[in-house]
Structure formats: C-alpha cells, structure tokens
Design a protein around this ligand. Structure first.
Ligand SMILES: [Fe+2]
Length: 378
C-alpha cells in the first residue's frame, strides 16, 4: 500500500517570495495559497502575516526559488494613488450632498458632520503635501451634482488658500465650514430657476440673491453655529469695491473669510458649465478674475491666490490621461492647467529619450491626471 503523503508545516518566517513547491500550498483553513509549480508572491506572504497565520502546509517539496517580477510599474503606482484620491473625493461629495439634503428636509445642519468633512479635507491636504494634486483633482472631476461639487471644490480651494495665508488650524476650520455652507440657502431656490438654460428675469435673480440671508439664518439662528461661519454665507457675494449683494458692503466691512470665499467661489463657478455660457477654461477664468475682477476682490488675498494657481512649475512631472508621464517644459500662470509638456515615459512605463512635445492648450483630448513627484520616478 502506498504511503499517504505527509503534510509538512512551513513556518511563515521561512517562506520567501518566489518559492515554488511541487504540490499545492495551503493556508490555515486549507485555502489555496499557491498552486503546484507556481511561485509564492510577497503579496501572498504579506496577506498571511496580516491574517496572523503562523504556517502554511503542503505535501510537496520545495522545487526552487524563482525570481519574480513584482515591482508595480510606475504608471500603475501613479494611477492607483490618483484613483484613491478620486474615491476619497466622491465620498465627500456624497457627504456634502447629504448635509444639504438633510437641511432642506429637516432644517437641521448637523454641525459635527460639516466639521468632520472640513477636517478630512484639511488632513488630506497635509497628508498629500502637494497642493497641485488637489488643484488638478478639482479641475478634472465630474461636476454634474451642481451644489455639492461646487461648494466642496470651493472649500478645497479655500483651505489651500488659507494654508498659503498661513492660517492656523482653528481659522482653517472656520473658513472651511463657512465655505462648505455658503450656499445652504440655495436649497430653497426652485430647481426650475437654478437649472434654467435661458436668461433669468430680475425677479428670479433677486430670488437667487436671497440665498445669502437665508444661509445666515440657517447657520446662526436655526442651528446656533458661529456667526463667523454665518457671515461667509451672508457676505460671500459682497465685493471689495462695494458692487456685491445683499448689503453693498466694501473692503474690510466684509469679513475676511467671506473675502477668501468670494475668490474661490467665483473661480470655481467660472470653471464649470453654467447657465448661458459654456464652461470657461480655467485659464479664461483666471484671466477674467485678473482683469475685470481686480477691483472686486481683496487685492492681498487675490495676490496669494494667483501665486498659488501657478500649478505645474517648469521641470516638474505630470501624468497624462494617456498614462504617459511627461515633463513640464513651459508654463503660463494664465493657463495653469495646460502647460507645454514633453513625454518622458510611455504608457507602459518605459523611459523614452526623445518623447513627443505636447502643447496641452491646443490638445482638447489630452489632459493632466495628476502631478508626479520626482521621487516617484525612481
Ligand atoms: Fe452663493
């Protein structure tokens, strides 16, 4: 009678990536870790360790150790971190949407939820450490859910700007909360007006203007939140030269947070498709803010904003939607998202010496997915 093959226990510490056994390798619940003649990967070992498994079993023999290519290609690494950020962003859009809907239905703002969203953005900005990643993110995201994406993008921009102004965490929180809630009064404006494709009547426009006062009441009177937050709702449409609404305030009469909000609100609104105009490209938005807008915003804050928006410095690297990685060879603060780039790695992550030069301002189908840090190229 043939002898039953003996199960051998192999401690996890002895497992090495690339080990190949002659028979199947099992985990502690007899799940298959590796088929016969198939190398064990470092990912398998990592997973086993994570689950606290102490050993694996097999009736086979160690056949040898093969060298396996486990390095994740550069383009995949860059792409997966971009995807992760996109998932983070989408979950925030959902949270913001539920804050606005909840207020519409229950008249309740849930301040903890709002502050929590703001804190998440602040933490993510510190974690990623590169403002350009976010400037790029809000430039490429789907903006169909109008209100939630508008206020979220404005909040991200406002927090980046607040950091550039060197606000401490406490000020950042107030600023972010204010911007996130600035359009809460809009929930009372009929969708028929908000989504109107044709020009609004004076009466309809006046109705839209009430969102500022309604927002202040919602925040301060109905929900006992800080008046500093309420003033962002009330004053984000006031303008430095006194031409805004609802009270024609000017200069320092407008709260500082509302002056920051005015810039990021205007910029964000200009870079999306809106009633009676096509989506303005970001560089056109920037040009508009620079020219006709120069008297409308706090000049000191505007200066910081414009400096912040020079997104892709010459010499930095970016990933394109073609999966190629390119180097920025010239950039223009007026068209911050569409510099001239030269491809240095192709879509498979292979280094190319004489890559194509692309003028992104002239290529409508190619855009930057995210900046790439130099360390990532190694
Ligand atoms: Fe507004």
């Amino acid at each position: 009678m043939p002898e039953m093959p003996q199960m051998k226990k192999i401690p996890i510490e002895e497992l090495k990536p690339g080990m190949v056994f002659t028979r199947t390798v099992f985990g502690d619940n007899y799940e298959i870790i590796a088929e016969p003649n198939t190398p064990i990967t470092s990912k398998d070992i990592e997973n086993l360790k994570k689950k606290g498994v102490k050993f694996v079993e097999t009736t086979g023999e160690l056949k040898g150790v093969v060298k396996i290519q486990e390095e994740v290609p550069l383009v995949d690494r860059v792409e997966s971190s971009a995807r992760e950020l996109m998932t983070f962003y989408k979950s925030l859009v959902d949270s913001v949407e539920s804050v606005y809907t909840n207020y519409k239905v229950n008249k309740e703002i849930l301040p903890e939820k709002v502050v929590n969203i703001v804190e998440k953005v602040i933490d993510k900005i510190s974690e990623v450490g590169d403002k350009n990643v976010f400037l790029n993110l809000i430039n490429i995201v789907d903006k169909t859910k109008y209100l939630p994406t508008h206020v979220l993008n404005a909040t991200i921009l406002g927090l980046l700007l607040g950091k550039e102004i060197n606000y401490p965490e406490s000020k950042l929180k107030l600023l972010g909360t204010g911007i996130l809630l600035m359009d809460i009064g809009m929930v009372f404006i009929p969708m028929s007006i908000l989504e109107r494709e044709t020009k609004l009547t004076d009466e309809e426009y006046n109705k839209i203007k009430t969102h500022t006062v309604l927002g202040y009441k919602a925040v301060v009177q109905e929900n006992n939140m800080s008046p500093e937050v309420g003033r962002v709702c009330l004053e984000h449409h006031e303008r430095w030269d006194g031409t805004g609404y609802p009270r024609n305030l000017q200069k320092q009469q407008i709260s500082e947070y509302a002056r920051v909000a005015a810039i990021v609100d205007t910029y964000e609104a200009m870079t999306r498709k809106r009633v009676y105009r096509d989506r303005m490209m970001s560089f056109e938005a920037m040009r508009a803010i620079l020219t006709e807008g120069s008297t409308k915003f706090d000049p000191d804050i505007l200066k910081v904003f414009l400096r912040m928006m020079s997104v892709y410095p010459v010499g930095s690297y970016v990933m394109l939607n073609t999966r190629a990685i390119a180097k920025v060879i010239s950039s223009d603060p007026i068209s911050p998202f569409r510099p001239v780039v030269k491809v240095v790695y192709d879509e498979f992550g292979t280094k190319i010496d004489d890559g194509e030069t692309i003028k992104l301002s002239e290529e409508t189908k190619i855009f930057i997915v995210r900046p790439v840090k130099e360390e990532e190229l190694k």
